[in-house]
Design a protein. Structure first.
Length: 241
């Protein structure tokens, strides 16, 4: 079985608004996931310079890492998504997502996981609710175009894990369910973060494509809360191919 965790680490800032790089790393180590998808990952954040989260995570968790930048900080540091794997992994693409210029840039980090059976892995973080006008339509457009890209490039079977900033009844999740299996559907819809617009909601997801490529054996929201403003979520998959 492959155990996959997704976690928005909020730059290493806890709910107490204190920066502590090790809190999220301690939490991740206790989960013992095979593959970890992280969002809001900093390298040399302006407020916390000289901290390279990807490098420190690889060393502390003794795994392979691949970072995908979404933008530069004003001091030249970087911000983006990170995939960590106890299997060998290979960077395939860091795909810029077409978002309006006035909001935070976004990208989809795509890697190849060289496990017992090879598959692809995507780390993703969509715009948050209320970030721009018609944001629901924007997230649906981004997911539609990302799926088209996956199909055109034949990046499958693939597992996507990240902060989708949508709840389980949103148009984006309805679209995903047509072609993907959503691990979250294996369990009760517990909230994973407090959104700015609607309060507590389940917005962190782990999905696999195409339908039936994997069997989800469990999905759970982890007990860890405080190292970030999100709960981590974990799913267990078995191959069907």
């Amino acid at each position: 079985m492959i155990h996959i965790t997704s976690y928005n680490i909020d730059c290493g800032v806890g709910i107490d608004l204190q920066f502590n790089l090790m809190r999220s790393l301690h939490a991740l180590k206790s989960l013992s996931a095979d593959i970890i998808s992280l969002q809001e990952v900093p390298i040399d954040h302006p407020d916390y310079p000289s901290h390279d989260y990807p490098s420190e995570a690889e060393k502390y968790l003794q795994c392979n890492g691949c970072f995908g930048k979404t933008f530069h900080f004003r001091n030249g540091g970087k911000f983006g998504n990170l995939l960590l794997s106890h299997y060998p992994l290979e960077l395939i693409e860091n795909v810029p997502l077409p978002v309006p210029r006035e909001i935070e840039p976004r990208s989809a980090l795509i890697t190849k996981i060289k496990a017992k059976k090879i598959f692809y892995m995507i780390a993703l973080h969509f715009p948050f609710q209320g970030e721009c006008e018609n944001d629901n339509e924007l997230r649906l457009q981004l997911m539609t175009e990302l799926q088209q890209h996956i199909v055109e490039k034949q990046y499958f079977p693939v597992i996507l894990a990240g902060d989708l900033n949508n709840n389980e009844t949103s148009p984006v999740l309805e679209f995903i369910r047509k072609s993907w299996d959503i691990a979250n559907d294996c369990s009760d819809a517990l909230p994973t973060a407090k959104t700015r617009k609607f309060g507590w909601m389940q917005i962190d997801y782990i999905c696999s494509y195409p339908k039936g490529a994997f069997s989800c054996k469990y999905f759970k929201r982890e007990d860890e809360y405080g190292a970030s403003d999100h709960y981590p979520v974990t799913a267990g998959f078995e191959y069907n191919y």
